[in-house]
Design a protein around this ligand. Structure first.
Ligand code: GDP
Ligand code: CA
Length: 321
């Protein structure tokens, strides 16, 4: 299992990757990052999930918060607010701003996001090859019933950060996905992989969005290599965040087994659930997905490395049959 492909969102994916790199230091890891959360703010292109992976693996992340830079200050944001320029609900710190300025400047000069991401990673040395899922613009929108304004679509970040997923999501739409193409290197990495891993990332707005880029789901299903997932749902609730809200929008229960069945045996060969969800193993296996219960809380890098080892072990088992 030398060549590993991971489909990643932000915090859950990034933390898992840190454990994976400890568990498999010799591996060549390619990360296909979600860009459906990307947003333009203050004229700048912000890619929260790519940056979370880059900062986490590069040692620049705010550890407790899980996103944004360590040792951050907010002078620019305060100055913007003094001009009455928002949005005030999205926290962009001074150090983080620099990343978005560099990205926006390079894109303005004509570089695609994949090339820009590679350039940013030259500073951070994340130890993985970080690819955006696409160079095309895809924006996840959430359809909500607003008390005052009725049914309307809002940008995912507005739903998640400003509204804190406080109203039910009726639908989640990756706008632009159907017209998008996988970024250079994405399909090649999948075709050459020894294993594809779905980390404990959001199944709808992280992994689901990546799979919505035409060609990616098919490439994974056709690659003929083990596809292994780790449940982001532990004890019938997301470990962190509000994934249950967007799962409800796609009609999936917030349980470890429902998420496995949502991906389905056509895509997934093996699935890891937490030990508290051991009772769901039989049901997942009955659906044709090899399943095992192991501790899935990413308490520290070593606990996370154990999760990665379990994923690679079960991948080897399904590879043999
Ligand atoms: P985001 O883009 O920052 O929301 O991050 P991801 O999509 O990569 O990951 C979010 C998911 O990670 C959430 O659904 C959480 O339940 C899950 N998660 C966070 N910490 C843990 C953990 O320690 N264990 C497991 N199993 N899942 C986790
Ligand atoms: Ca995200």
């Amino acid at each position: 299992m030398r060549r590993i492909v991971v489909l990643s969102g932000g915090i859950g994916g990034a933390r898992f990757l840190r454990g994976l790199l400890r568990a498999a230091p010799e591996a060549e890891v390619t990360v296909i990052g979600n860009t459906g959360d990307d947003i333009h703010l203050f004229g700048l292109k912000v890619c929260p999930d790519l940056d979370t992976v880059m900062y986490t693996l590069g040692g620049g992340i705010h550890e407790e918060q899980g996103w944004g830079r360590a040792d951050e200050s907010f002078s620019v944001k305060e100055e913007l607010a003094a001009y009455g320029v928002g949005p005030e609900w999205f926290g962009l710190g001074d150090r983080d701003f620099a990343t978005h300025i560099v990205r926006t400047q390079m894109m303005g000069a004509g570089y695609p996001l994949s090339a820009v991401t590679e350039a940013l990673c030259q500073r951070w040395n994340p130890g993985v090859r970080l690819l955006p899922m696409t160079d095309d613009r895809v924006e996840t929108h959430v359809l909500v019933d607003d008390e005052r304004e009725g049914r309307r679509a809002v940008h995912f970040q507005e739903y998640w950060v400003r509204m804190r997923a406080g109203v039910p999501a009726r639908a989640v739409v990756p706008v632009g996905a159907d017209q998008s193409k996988p970024a250079p290197g994405v399909l090649e990495a999948i075709a050459e992989a020894d294993v594809v891993i779905f980390p404990p990332s959001n199944p709808v707005v992280s992994v689901g969005t990546i799979l919505a880029v035409p060609g990616i789901r098919e490439a994974i299903a056709d690659a003929g290599v083990p596809v292994v997932g780790l449940s982001p749902i532990v004890g019938d609730a997301p470990v962190r965040g509000m994934a249950d809200k967007v799962l409800a929008a796609v009609g999936v229960e917030a349980t470890a087994s429902a998420v496995a069945l949502h991906y389905g045996s056509g895509l997934l060969d093996a699935w890891l659930v937490d030990t508290v969800d051991a009772a769901s193993v039989a049901g997942v296996e009955a659906a044709g997905i090899r399943c095992r219960a192991v501790p899935l809380l990413m308490k520290d890098t070593e606990a996370t490395a154990e999760m990665a080892r379990a994923a690679l072990t079960i991948a080897t088992e399904v590879d043999d049959v």
